[in-house]
Ligand binder design. Structure first.
Ligand SMILES: Cc1ncc(COP(=O)(O)O)c(C=O)c1O
Length: 477
């Protein structure tokens, strides 16, 4: 039997409920100890104890000489993964039907878009990019109609080589190969290092596009649990390597999708050292690497690679234009193989798109643009997190992204995310059910929300979703 609640505990619980319901909102002052004691008919000592408890739980913060304020940050964070008790089993992937539905939804202008990880169109430098497109067409440069066979447009590769220094890599332009988006780069890397039936260790949860690529290539996913803030558990990975013939490992060390986690530098180094020792290639997906909320461009794992075994992938889809489809890869010792595979798949990527991105990077506006969107995305994540905590039932937990623009939400266990997806769709809202982030069905009561945008309509949609979830939770009782 649970011990009876003390007075201050029940007061703290009531106040946490009021914060959840939005009676007191992030950044607002809550009543002083004296006011609260009068209001609630309890002693000032009880209120102080309740406030200390709320502070420890992360609901409120004390500001010297000013009072207590509802914290901006939401603290119902995800739990740490449990260490595995037995070796995980590699899983065949089969998710394509559901993923195709999500892609279809993402094109539907009548839906509130909380599903696909689409960047906010208002935060893309469209005016400048469109001007460069027109300029390229006006100048009638024959060059933009020529093939740019692998490794791709020299001017763009020079720009990328200059930028990636900040992430700890000294790459020559010839170490870089231009692809059609990050997903093509991942596909080529997997083809270069794996054969059908091989096992690839991946983050769990993981971006569904990567799972699709594994599915198409007949590869098996070995899902390694991830810490919500620090990414893949290296203990679990080391354990998995002992029990399985792992052919490659795939991580997003900076701002994984969906967790938004950022691996600390020493952990990145430990991961690379471990895989260098085992001679296992690491495919590193850094498509969100530039959208960081800390003060500094985080390093990539490749910065620690001593054996040319890290294949670093990125793209300009999240911060410049998803539609131009420009990505790149630096594949270390597999570079020639990846270049050859690229030439067999599509010969070259569109020259015009490469030209425009190269001109944009060379023009110098990119850093200013990035500074702005980092601020905006951090704020939108904050606002969406607060709204979820306001409208969703108790027991809901959230990721605390260090970058990117997606939010990972753990719902009460009785809620089936696929059912929620279907009901939400019927009222005009699309979201990504946790089912597509695991090949082995580990996240069926999770959802991923695209937090790139936040406005009144989205807040209303979150309220609606919260009510649906509450209804589903009540049904199960
Ligand atoms: C983690 C991750 N990798 C790769 C991609 C695909 O990138 P691209 O559009 O450049 O192919 C996405 C898109 O959502 C993503 O979230």
């Amino acid at each position: 039997m649970e011990p009876p609640q003390l007075k201050y505990e029940s007061l703290a619980e009531r106040l946490a409920d009021l914060i959840r319901q939005g009676v007191y909102r992030p950044g607002e002052r809550i009543p002083s100890v004296r006011e609260m004691s009068r209001q609630q008919g309890v002693s000032m000592g009880t209120v102080v104890q309740a406030y200390v408890l709320l502070e420890a739980q992360g609901w409120i913060e004390a500001r010297p000489q000013s009072g207590f304020y509802v914290r901006q940050k939401v603290d119902e964070i995800l739990p740490q993964p449990q260490p595995p008790s037995s070796p995980p089993d590699p899983t065949e992937v089969s998710l394509h039907e559901l993923v195709m539905l999500l892609l279809r939804d993402s094109q539907n202008q009548n839906l509130i878009q909380l599903g696909a990880a689409l960047p906010n169109p208002e935060y893309l430098p469209l005016e400048k990019i469109n001007r460069l497109l027109i300029q390229a067409a006006r100048q009638g440069e024959a060059a933009i109609h020529r093939y740019q066979f692998p490794p791709g447009l020299d001017k763009l590769r020079v720009q990328i080589a200059r930028r990636i220094v900040a992430a700890g890599c000294n790459l020559a332009p010839n170490d870089i190969l231009i692809t059609s988006g990050g997903i093509e780069a991942i596909d080529l890397c997997l083809r270069a290092v794996c054969r059908p039936g091989d096992i690839v260790a991946v983050e769990s949860p993981i971006y569904f596009g990567t799972l699709q690529t594994l599915e198409v290539q007949g590869l098996r996913a070995l899902e390694i649990p991830c810490h919500p803030n620090e990414g893949m558990s290296l203990d679990a990975l080391a354990f998995a390597l002992q029990h399985n013939q792992v052919r490659a490992v795939l991580v997003s060390s900076n701002f994984s999708n969906p967790l938004g986690s950022q691996m600390p530098d020493e952990k990145k180094k430990a991961l690379v050292d471990l895989l260098n020792r085992h001679e296992i290639p690491l495919i590193e997906n850094d498509v969100f690497g530039e959208i960081y909320f800390g003060g500094k461009r985080p390093l990539v794992c490749k910065a620690f690679d001593k054996k040319e075994l890290v294949l670093l992938v990125s793209s300009f889809s999240k911060d410049i234009s998803p539609g131009l489809r420009v990505g790149w890869v630096s594949a270390g010792q597999f570079q020639q193989q990846v270049a050859w595979l690229k030439s067999t798949v599509s010969a070259a990527s569109p020259t015009l798109a490469q030209y425009v991105i190269a001109e944009f990077l060379a023009s110098g506006g990119y850093d200013q643009h990035l500074r702005r969107i980092r601020r905006e995305y951090a704020r939108n994540i904050e606002l969406m997190s607060s709204a979820v905590m306001r409208y969703f039932p108790a027991g809901t937990r959230l990721s605390r992204p260090a970058g990117g623009f997606v939010l990972w939400v753990q719902l009460p266990e009785s809620v089936d995310a696929l059912r929620l997806y279907k009901v939400a769709l019927s009222v005009g809202i699309t979201l990504a059910p946790g089912h597509v982030f695991s090949a082995s069905g580990q996240f069926n009561h999770f959802i991923r929300l695209n937090a790139a945008e936040f406005n009144y309509l989205i807040e209303k949609a979150l309220e609606t979703l919260g009510n649906i979830v509450k209804g589903m939770t009540a049904e199960s009782h």
